[in-house]
Ligand binder design. Structure first.
Ligand code: GLN
Length: 198
């Protein structure tokens, strides 16, 4: 089935995500307007700085249209900043957010000593070798609601989770050549589109 993935292009490594979707066998376009958003079957929110991207979502009139996507059967994948913006709760912050994913996140959670690092993570539901995960001033999850599936953890905290049409990673799968996490998201989008078309 052919689906079109949008990559939110307000800040962050948009090109890398588009290339990663293509490596996973899909098609992706940058999204900056409501019109562009209306054309896609699923959306990736890249890393960046979550307070900035939250403000830009408001300024570009995208907060409500993005928030409505899961109800329309259009999945969202948030990486790093994207995970923070998806979360219902952000520790010690009132910053603007989508607030869709029933988790609490802690920003810059790994602290100064391990500010950025890479690790091989075993991931539930992904076959073969562990996935190389690149963490850059990453958040982690400190609380998950029962309906949230934890797919990977490090340092005792969830760093890849799924809840219905939402997928969130604390790390940057677009920065390696491994297409498996983007493939997982493409499978969610294809499945959701099949349901919509049925
Ligand atoms: N620390 C950033 C934030 O709080 C996230 C970093 C990233 O996206 N790589 O938004």
């Amino acid at each position: 089935m052919s689906v079109l993935i949008g990559v939110l292009a307000l800040q962050g490594d948009v090109r890398e995500h588009i290339a990663a979707v293509e490596r996973a066998g899909g098609q992706a376009v940058p999204v900056k307007t409501r019109e562009e958003l209306a054309r896609v079957d699923g959306l990736i929110i890249p890393g960046g700085e979550s307070t900035t991207v939250g403000k830009l979502l408001d300024r570009f009139g995208l907060m409500d249209p993005v928030r409505a996507l899961p109800q329309e059967g259009k999945p969202i994948f948030g990486t790093c900043t994207g995970m923070i913006l998806l979360a219902k709760e952000i520790e010690q912050s009132e910053q603007p957010r989508l607030g869709l994913l029933d988790v609490t996140v802690r920003r810059n959670a790994f602290g100064r000593q391990v500010d950025s690092f890479e690790e091989d993570l075993p991931i539930a539901g992904i076959e073969g070798a562990p996935v190389r995960a690149v963490f850059i001033r990453a958040p982690y999850i400190t609380h998950v609601a029962p309906e949230v599936e934890v797919l990977a953890e490090t340092h005792g905290h969830p760093v890849l989770v799924r809840e219905g049409a939402l997928l969130a990673a604390a790390f940057h799968p677009e920065l390696t050549d491994d297409p498996r996490i983007h493939r997982l998201f493409l499978d969610m989008v294809e499945h959701a589109k099949a349901q919509r078309d049925a």
